[in-house]
Design a protein around this ligand. Sequence first.
Ligand code: HEC
Ligand code: HEC
Length: 318
Amino acid sequence: MVQVLVLTSSVAWAVVYDPLPAMPYPADNPPTAEKEKLGSALFFDPRLSGNNKVSCSTCHLSDKNWVDQKPRSIGIDGKELRRNSPTLLNSGYSSSQFWDGRAASLEEQSLMPIQDPSEMNQSLPELFDELSAVPEYLSMFKTAFGDSKITAERISKAIATFERTLKTQETNYDLYWKGDKSAISSSALRGMNLFFGKAKCSICHNGPRFTDDHFHNIGVSFTQTAEKDVGRNKVTGELFHLRAFKTPGLLYVSRTAPYMHDGSLDTLEEVVEFYDLGGDDDPLKSPFISPIGLTTIEKQDIVEFMKALDRKESSYEK
Ligand code: HEC
Ligand code: HEC
């Protein structure tokens, strides 16, 4: 970890650099190549859905940084869901899954879209039958788990093992801290100081993935035209969680537009504009979200900084 003090007028802010640690694995699901292979096969297989047309990759596309680039995903019946599909890159690091954190682990999460009537609408017994009819699956379950029995737990463990391989690579921002001072532009560097200073972004977007893994109401839901989304409140019942959503990580963020849980902002420029105005007028909004007073150049600098949280080469590699 590297800490540097930035002086803006009379206030001292700390820029904290934390590189991405190794992927953590749960003790009861250690990684193996066999589980990963099975998990990958399941992830891309439309048999996991009731009509055999929707796979996990319908909404988390491998060639689109594991998002679908839609404001809100389209479910199995062709209807728009309420929320934006988050990238699966680095999801293995998150302490909870979904915008409202209702799943505690990737293992728990993976069985939810399969059975959700609006997402994949598949019953587990039917899924076991369909997979058992495929000899390749029987042999993959056997090599991964010792025998060919197909269970919900095994499916979830295999998919989670595959998802934990989806990580961002070293970014230009990492290269900068490793000593390559030309890895990011002077605009991005100014943006970094604003991000950790005047613009207060790092209050919530901090740590190796630029997220505190907590839930905040930043005043997005009020822009939403669709049904009001109570966010984290549905999970905890707490008033202070009303319209609070999980802070998304920002590594590779320039690749995963549109933004926010409802996909209501199209570009990073729009996101910075949103924060500069202090979010929507929500009575329960976080006290950390208030008008900032950024200049046009400062807004561009913050966008440049977020673009630097990416690799020099623009293509995704596993
Ligand atoms: C119809 C589109 C769709 C399908 C199919 C789908 N997802 Fe998602 N996924 C979403 C949306 C939308 C969200 C956010 C939902 C929410 O937060 O309530 C999401 C959230 C997630 C998350 C949480 C990520 C995070 O950062 O919180 C994971 C992990 C995930 N999906 C994995 C999967 C897996 C594995 C499958 C297949 C078993 C799958 N998804 C199928 C649309 C889809
Ligand atoms: C009070 C905590 C907090 C602060 C301060 C904050 N954010 Fe956020 N940020 C969040 C939360 C929570 C979300 C998701 C909100 C939602 O979807 O309703 C979010 C979403 C985003 C997104 C969208 C990412 C995606 O994948 O959809 C970007 C980009 C972003 N913030 C950048 C910034 C920048 C730049 C600043 C400073 C100007 C900032 N944030 C300040 C908590 C915060």
